[in-house]
Design a protein around this ligand. Structure first.
Ligand SMILES: C[S@@+](CC[C@H](N)C(=O)[O-])C[C@H]1O[C@@H](n2cnc3c(N)ncnc32)[C@H](O)[C@@H]1O
Length: 231
């Protein structure tokens, strides 16, 4: 895992569904959320010791640990990487705005906590396509004017800058750190994850950064079979 410095071109992005009421859509989606099915964000939260998870998430996460005992270590390692990346970007590079894609549930050492410890004015916008994540995040983040969370699908790159929380709070004429922490493996090959990243970067000002952590299929065939079973 490493941070790729800068991308040197571009202007973001066109057309979001005009007039869409995000909060109304979110409320409707949460109302319809299926709490009998395990959810990846809540399982991740459980592994990290958070409390925003349900019995089905805990049971499924424990099952996964039986197949892949290192899964929890991976969660902590991933989180630690993100913390280091954000700290580096704020303190060494001077980045003061973050677009955290596939942010997951607010848990320990979130991007805004790490960033704002070094620079209280740093702006963080989280996006996730899971309405439960976003509803929970909104409840937790309400009192922070420099931190926002929005329901959005990061693969719909051309629409992202029109999402109100993004449009209002991220200035795309200045450098931005785009974070993809363990999110891109949710995009199947047919949905072109490489293209998603390429198109996202094309909209960022010179001096912007991309930080990616990525789950991959292990080279060791035995471990690759384990990964397949966990999926
Ligand atoms: C494993 S969690 C990672 C959380 C956090 N980024 C981290 O690294 O600690 C992956 C998150 O990506 C979200 N996600 C997956 N596909 C997405 C998409 N197309 N758009 C927005 N969020 C997505 C999931 O809902 C989930 O919350």
């Amino acid at each position: 895992m490493r941070i790729c410095p800068k991308i040197d071109f571009g202007v973001l992005i066109v057309g979001y569904r005009a007039g869409m009421n995000h909060d109304a859509e979110l409320a409707a989606q949460v109302a319809n959320a299926d709490f009998d099915r395990a959810n990846i964000a809540r399982m991740y939260d459980y592994h990290l010791g958070g409390s925003a998870n349900f019995a089905i998430d805990r049971e499924t996460a424990e099952q996964a640990l039986k197949i892949a005992p290192t899964e929890r270590d991976y969660c902590f390692a991933n989180r630690a990487f993100l913390g280091r990346a954000v700290r580096h970007l704020v303190t060494e590079v001077g980045i003061d705005q973050f677009l955290d894609c596939g942010s997951g549930l607010p848990t320990a050492e979130n991007t805004h906590e790490v960033a704002q410890r070094a620079n209280p004015e740093a702006m963080v916008v989280y996006i996730d396509h899971d309405p439960v994540v976003v509803a929970h995040g909104k409840a937790l983040l309400d009192d922070n004017e420099h931190t926002h969370i929005a329901l959005a699908d990061f693969t719909r790159v051309e629409e992202l800058c029109q999402v109100p929380a993004v449009a209002r709070n991220i200035d795309f004429s200045r450098p931005v750190a785009l974070l993809h922490g363990s999110s891109l493996h949710h995009v199947p090959d047919e949905a072109d994850p490489w293209g998603v990243v390429r198109r996202s970067l094309a909209g960022l000002a010179s001096g912007s950064y991309l930080a990616v952590s990525h789950v991959c299929v292990p080279r060791d065939p035995e471990m690759a079979a384990v990964a397949e079973r966990v999926q």
